[in-house]
Write a protein that binds this ligand. Structure first.
Ligand code: HEM
Ligand code: SF4
Ligand code: SF4
Length: 534
């Protein structure tokens, strides 16, 4: 039996497909393990972006505290930092370590976040914006960290200063070579040091602005991790700060070349290369990788399924689709026809990813309507409601046995690969709850499984959450009370969890009353229900 599938959209190059699948194999067990350990809501792997935001605030607050005690002059910078980590280790020293370790962790969470979004293929098509605006964030974060190391004015700072000057001096932007500042102590001016302090404050502020821009194209972006998770991250940082405080290396001395320096591999992994390869080669590498990263959403361009479309006679401007769209693609505009409603919905096709969530949220999306040409207020041209209704009827015809189970599956979850009695959707939240009512009351199946992505890894960000809220009666359109809950199951499982998916589906089917033991559902009021619907 073949499953009804939505429009194919995931065109990709073989190498990229391979890389994504490989990464998913690494991430998936991590995510599932973290879900079990922390609960899906607290899963840190699904919160890498919010944790990065949180770390920024830890770095900002600890930085402001350090600034109170830090001497911004080149002569006393080192001794003020020694004072912080020495006699005042218990407050300023801990803050210094927090500042250092939160910055290091920011690099880790940012890189893991980038790889995770890539592996989930959430960066192409109309979702290019967050990816593209993420690339400058890498630069701003690195430059913020590098200017920070410079300020301590110890041996590592001296090394950073000399290599950075070498890198910058290939561009004729400064009147005289920067490297001249580091020839002898007499050459190093206080003004230059003040410029560094200014940069170390200004660049993180630009980073913050960039982070704000980064999330502008998604609705209800989460920028704060759950409180408990934030507390755990902070507690871990404080513990590491007390166990291994961040300390300076020997004071900078421009008359000497330091024998050995401890490099910070989070921020300075490329610095040793500058000496081996030369400045131009390193610039070529950094600019080349950044350009390639920035171009990735178009390598290859996504095959864009048609955007959602409004059918004005069926739209009353209720705002539900606007509330539910995860990508800010819908807004309400003044009415353009004679209907007695002040507003109508309008879709921006450049922002729509064709997830279908809006179709699932529209009050007009009810398969009970008797019209031949079933229409709804907002529909997906690639898989319209009328076709969805035909698909469930066709899938029902293929079901047999005493306990017939129909699966309404998200194509990104474990159920998407199932081949028996499945109707697949780009997102489970495209399923209007009335479709389940329709299937059960019309006796098209004995039980319905709604199978989505794993709980904390919803491909469309909010699909799992909206579905749960609709079924719990907490969000419109909610699942009607008359739908027998024992005949409905939800399974949240990733494509790597087909074993669990199959086992849960089989257990659900086994628990259903056999057909012979039940009165035919239609006789229980299915047809009456049809008439009662709009
Ligand atoms: C300072 C560094 C960064 C921070 C604080 C950050 C934070 C975030 C946050 C909070 C979200 C929204 C999560 C949600 O509510 O769904 C997000 C989404 C995203 N980020 Fe980042 N991010 C950073 C760097 C990057 C980088 C370097 C890239 C890739 C180049 C990237 C790519 C993405 C993508 C593709 C999304 C998903 C957009 C979607 O679902 O359509 N981010 N980021
Ligand atoms: S299909 Fe609907 S919910 Fe999904 S992005 Fe497009 S307008 Fe938004
Ligand atoms: S949910 Fe349907 S009726 Fe409500 S505004 Fe959107 S398209 Fe119109």
């Amino acid at each position: 039996m073949t499953a009804a599938r939505p429009v194919e959209r995931r065109n990709d190059r073989a190498a990229l497909r391979f890389a994504k699948a490989g990464l998913r194999r690494l991430y998936d067990p991590l995510e599932r393990g973290a879900e079990r350990l922390f609960s899906p809501a607290l899963n840190p792997v699904a919160q890498l972006g919010t944790i990065t935001f949180f770390l920024f605030w830890v770095v900002a607050v600890s930085g402001v505290y350090l600034f109170i005690f830090f001497d911004t002059g080149v002569v006393n910078a080192y001794s003020s930092v020694e004072w912080i980590s020495g006699p005042h280790w218990y407050h300023a020293g801990v803050m210094r370590s927090l500042h250092r370790y939160a910055s290091d962790l920011m690099v880790v969470t940012m890189v893991l976040h980038l790889l995770r979004e890539f592996s989930l293929d959430r960066y192409r098509g109309t979702r290019w914006f967050s990816w593209f605006t993420g690339v400058p964030l890498i630069w701003f974060l690195y430059v913020s960290g590098i200017t920070g190391y410079w300020l301590v004015w110890d041996e590592l700072a001296q090394y950073v200063a000399v290599v950075s000057a070498k890198l910058l001096d290939v561009f004729p932007i400064f009147g005289e070579p920067l490297a001249r500042n580091f020839l002898t102590p007499a050459h190093l001016s206080g003004r230059f040091f003040s410029l560094l302090v200014f940069l170390h404050i200004a660049i993180p502020l630009i980073l913050l602005l960039g982070m704000w821009i980064h999330i502008q194209r998604i609705s209800r972006p989460r920028t704060n991790p759950p409180r408990l998770l934030a507390a755990l991250v902070l507690a871990a940082l404080v513990a590491v700060s007390l166990w291994k405080p961040a300390l300076s290396q020997g004071p900078a001395d421009l008359t000497k070349v330091p024998d050995e320096i401890g490099i910070d591999w989070f921020y300075l992994p490329l610095y040793p290369l500058a000496e081996d390869w030369g400045a131009w080669s390193l610039w070529a590498l950094m600019v080349g990788v950044s350009t390639m990263l920035a171009a990735m959403p178009w390598l290859p361009p996504f095959r864009r399924p048609p955007a959602a479309e409004i059918d004005l006679p069926n739209c009353n401007g209720c705002n539900r689709c606007v509330e539910d769209c995860p990508y800010e693609a819908i807004r309400l505009v003044p009415r353009t026809d004679d209907e007695p409603f002040p507003h109508q919905a309008e879709v921006d096709p450049d922002l729509c990813v064709s997830c279908g969530i809006c179709m699932g949220s529209c009050p007009s999306s009810t398969p009970f309507r008797r019209q031949q040409d079933l229409k709804t207020g907002i529909d997906l041209p690639g898989q319209p409601l009328s076709e969805v209704r035909d698909s469930v009827v066709a899938a029902s015809a293929g079901l047999s046995g005493e306990r017939r189970v129909m699966v309404l599956a998200c194509e990104h979850g474990a159920g998407g690969g199932d081949l028996g009695g499945v109707v697949a959707f780009p997102c489970v939240a495209m399923v209007p709850p009335s479709l389940i009512d329709f299937i059960l009351s019309k006796d098209l199946a004995d039980g319905v499984v709604v199978a989505g992505c794993s709980e904390s890894t919803c491909y469309n960000r909010l699909g799992v959450e909206w579905t749960k809220q609709r079924f719990a009666g907490e969000r419109d359109p909610y699942l009607r009370k008359r739908v027998p809950r024992e005949r409905l199951a939800t399974i949240w499982a990733s494509p790597f969890e087909t074993g669990r998916y199959e086992a849960e589906k089989a257990a659900f089917a086994a628990g259903l009353p056999a057909q012979a033991a039940r009165k035919p559902a239609a006789a229980q009021g299915g047809d009456k229900a049809m008439e009662a619907q709009p």
